[in-house]
Design a protein around this ligand. Structure first.
Ligand SMILES: [Zn+2]
Length: 410
């Protein structure tokens, strides 16, 4: 192995290059432009940039923050995002491999870059995607759903291939019943998605998600401002009546129904019928099945936690809390970090929100911030501190699981 500082420098440089790509994603994806064509160019004079001007952070520094050709100022956001991504990668390298923080379960074996690089790479892919999604959400109040689907697909694929019982960050579930619940939930979710995409059932809020009434005014102001600058922001949704919101939320509860019912039915079948249990246990021994099911359970739990909060919040406060973009985001996050971690991440997010709200208050800035960045910060923190939190919660959760098992088995 090369010395530690060489690896760290490489991890930082690699992260900075990823950050450079994220800049392209954040700018082009919401505008519907191709990510690969054309090559990087000055946004003002559109002169193509040479490779040496494109070197992360350094390129901006030695040009003094100005375009080489037209001398127009280039936003400092570009080198900041590059530096931030590099620092993020280096920080998590130190956290995971030097300090041994996360992921769980902690076996006797320590995390080692030589054997645990897949989980490190998977988490860095997650953080890079979350950073881009947060920047887009912060700027435009929308999370590109394609990014969430990408997270979910990569999570299920990678966990199906690399997970093993001795791996830290593995999402394998020992209990055949819980695996059956994951399979039933997945099937029910696929049915709902197929109904939506075949247009047999329509989406909720077809005219766009309602804005929170508290931020409607400021969003309308920003939207008008963008219009006045000559930009072309996406149309704003109409204000909905309380009853329209209730009926659309009822539609969303119907979407969740097949997944919940099939999860319960599959779980009970494996729990109560011996022949089904024997067949299912044999099936679970097939390669890739358990890893994929563990990741799917994470995705379903991540999406469900946000969605239930959205539904309860809407019923309780008569306005929509949490966007469907947030539901999709935590679906994708859950597929990578698993059911336990994604739930903890969701409950950490409001504290990140409070910290940022206090900061905005202290610096007298007034701006509504969407929830995506908070969920991303919650995820980044949960990954570090999940092991002690899980150990602390375990006695209560074990008791709860036994109670549920006794009740379902009787
Ligand atoms: Zn220029």
């Amino acid at each position: 192995m090369p010395p530690e500082w060489v690896i760290l420098a490489f991890v930082f440089a690699f992260g900075a290059c990823v950050g450079s790509f994220l800049n392209v994603v954040v700018y082009r994806l919401p505008r519907g432009e191709s990510l690969s064509h054309p090559s990087s160019r000055c946004p003002k004079c559109e002169h193509a940039l040479a490779w040496y001007d494109n070197v992360p952070v350094l390129g901006w520094l030695w040009l003094g923050g100005k375009c080489r050709y037209c001398k127009a100022a280039i936003s400092s956001r570009y080198p900041i995002v590059e530096f931030l991504t590099g620092a993020l990668f280096a920080f998590y390298y130190i956290a995971m491999f030097d300090l041994q923080w996360g992921p769980c379960p902690p076996p006797v074996r320590l995390l080692d870059i030589r054997s645990d690089w897949p989980i490190f790479a998977l988490y860095m892919f997650l953080f890079a995607t979350l950073l881009a999604a947060s920047l887009i959400d912060y700027e435009l109040f929308v999370i590109p759903l394609g990014m969430c689907w990408l997270l979910a697909a990569v999570g299920v694929g990678v966990h199906a291939i690399v997970d093993s019982p001795s791996m830290r960050g593995s999402l394998l579930i020992a209990s055949p019943v819980v695996n059956a619940i994951a399979a039933g939930g997945t099937l029910g979710w696929l049915i709902s998605v197929a109904l939506i995409y075949s247009r047999l059932v329509r989406r909720s809020f077809p005219l766009g998600e309602p804005l929170l009434e508290v931020d409607r005014n400021s969003i309308v102001a920003e939207w008008t401002e963008a219009r006045n600058r000559g930009e072309n922001p996406p149309p704003l949704p109409p204000p909905y009546s309380v009853w329209q919101i209730y009926s659309e939320i009822a539609r969303e509860m119907l979407f969740l129904l097949p997944a919940l019912v099939l999860a319960a039915v599959f779980g009970l079948l494996v729990l109560r019928v011996d022949s089904v249990a024997a067949w299912w246990t044999a099936l679970l021994a097939t390669p890739f099945v358990k890893g994929a099911l563990g990741a799917m359970l994470g995705a379903l739990v991540g999406g469900l936690v946000v969605w239930v909060t959205r539904i309860l919040g809407t019923i309780g406060f008569r306005k929509v809390a949490m966007g469907l973009g947030d539901v999709h985001l935590m679906f994708g996050v859950g597929a990578i970090i698993g059911a336990g971690q994604v739930t903890v991440a969701f409950f950490i997010a409001p504290f990140a929100g409070m910290a940022i709200a206090l900061y905005l208050l202290a610096t007298r800035q007034k701006r509504e911030i969407p929830y995506g960045p908070y969920l991303s910060i919650g995820t980044a923190v949960a990954v570090l501190f999940y092991c002690p939190i899980a150990a602390w919660l375990r006695p209560g959760l074990t008791g709860l699981a036994q109670m549920l098992g006794n009740w379902a088995g009787s």
